[in-house]
Design a protein around this ligand. Sequence first.
Ligand code: NAP
Length: 252
Amino acid sequence: MPAHVLILGGTAEARRLAAGLAARTGVRVTTSLAGRVARPGAVAGEVRIGGFGGAEGLADWLRAHHVDALVDATHPFAEAITANAARAAAATGVPAVVLRRPGWRPGPGDRWYDVPSLGGAAAALPGLGRRVFLSTGRLGLAAFAHLTDLHFVVRSVEPPGPPMPPSTELVLARGPFTVAEETELLRTRRIEVLVTKDSGGEATAAKLTAARELGLPVVVVRRPPLPQGVTVVADVAGVLEWLGLSGSLEAT
Ligand code: NAP
């Protein structure tokens, strides 16, 4: 049984895993948060906040804090920290696993346009609609700032900073949202096209159902690739199995 588990967090799965591990005797669990959100939700176990200083800094931290297992439970689009985690694990020999929830796949009735990046989404938008619901987070708005003819409705937990498109309406809210709430938002804002990252999971999927029911096109930014050779599991139960701990925490 690993004595000290470091979870790279920032996701609901990371929080669930921390809660489950913190409840076990003999396991010390530390969750690392980037510090982007001013008021992160409660996290069980120990919490550290802020960057490590690249892969080398993370490797130093693993050594200094005697980490026995590293779980990268960051968001699928947190590309830099995932690369750093893979490098730090290789440099230190600390066993590591990536918890990556499966991506979304279109179903019957969906009008999805796959793009490889936020820039690709910006290039696709003018042909798809003038009123855009942008649910890609507050940190990527610069990619759309040149689209002066389009109106954007941007939803995020905390207010974004510039640059952003000149015609931008902010909706400050923290999910999860129901299909009824998403439908209401799309209808009242007269949205013609939705842009989302392929985050996967249930918590933010209601907007996709709402878009399907309203017949709206959805621009889906596909995930960056994972580093070569990493071990990947799809859920919290997979991490527990990898850690050699029995029982499921999915109900917690
Ligand atoms: P990123 O681009 O991969 O990371 C940039 C830098 O932030 C990293 O090099 C690292 O700094 C620091 N960092 C990131 N995650 C960290 C963590 N869990 N603990 C300590 N340092 C961390 O990451 P991002 O896309 O900005 O995301 C930041 C955090 O927000 C992640 O923890 C992620 O899980 C969460 N999040 C991201 C998204 C998204 O769409 N990207 C959505 C929801 C939640 P150093 O190099 O100095 O160590």
